[in-house]
Write a new protein. Structure first.
Length: 133
């Protein structure tokens, strides 16, 4: 496996999302979104195929959000999600100012993983809402 701090191209990003059952994104929208990443971690197999990724978005000072933490089904259970989270955590420790908030919307099955990194439920002080257009 090869780890790098770059964004994938939009086509392979969409393909990875579909393979992992994260849903598709329009290629143009995906390209724009990837271009606005603050930080990105990708992992490629020996054939240079994208097999895992994660990235940070936000304003780069007060708010950061971890998004697109995706691992190909063929590589789940190999600890790639942990490697990616370690890289993202290290980036935040080096670059995020004191007091910055880091948000993540997690699948229920992944809550324990994120709690190991210090993430806590916002409820009952607040609750997350979302709208998909």
């Amino acid at each position: 496996m090869k780890l790098s701090h770059e964004v994938p191209d939009s086509k392979e990003y969409v393909e990875l999302r579909i393979a992992a059952d994260f849903g598709s994104k329009d290629d143009s929208a995906a390209g724009t979104a990837l271009g606005h990443s603050i930080f990105s971690v990708i992992m490629r197999d020996d054939d240079a195929e994208l097999v895992a990724m994660g990235r940070l978005i936000g304003d780069g000072a007060c708010y950061f959000q971890i998004v697109d933490l995706v691992v190909s089904p063929a590589h789940q259970g190999e600890g790639l999600d942990t490697i990616i989270m370690n890289e993202i955590t290290e980036y935040l420790n080096r670059h995020a100012p004191k007091g910055a908030e880091v948000l993540i919307m997690a699948d229920v099955s992944a809550i324990g993983t994120y709690q190991k990194y210090g993430f806590e439920f916002t409820y009952p002080k607040s609750i997350s809402l979302r709208k998909t257009l």
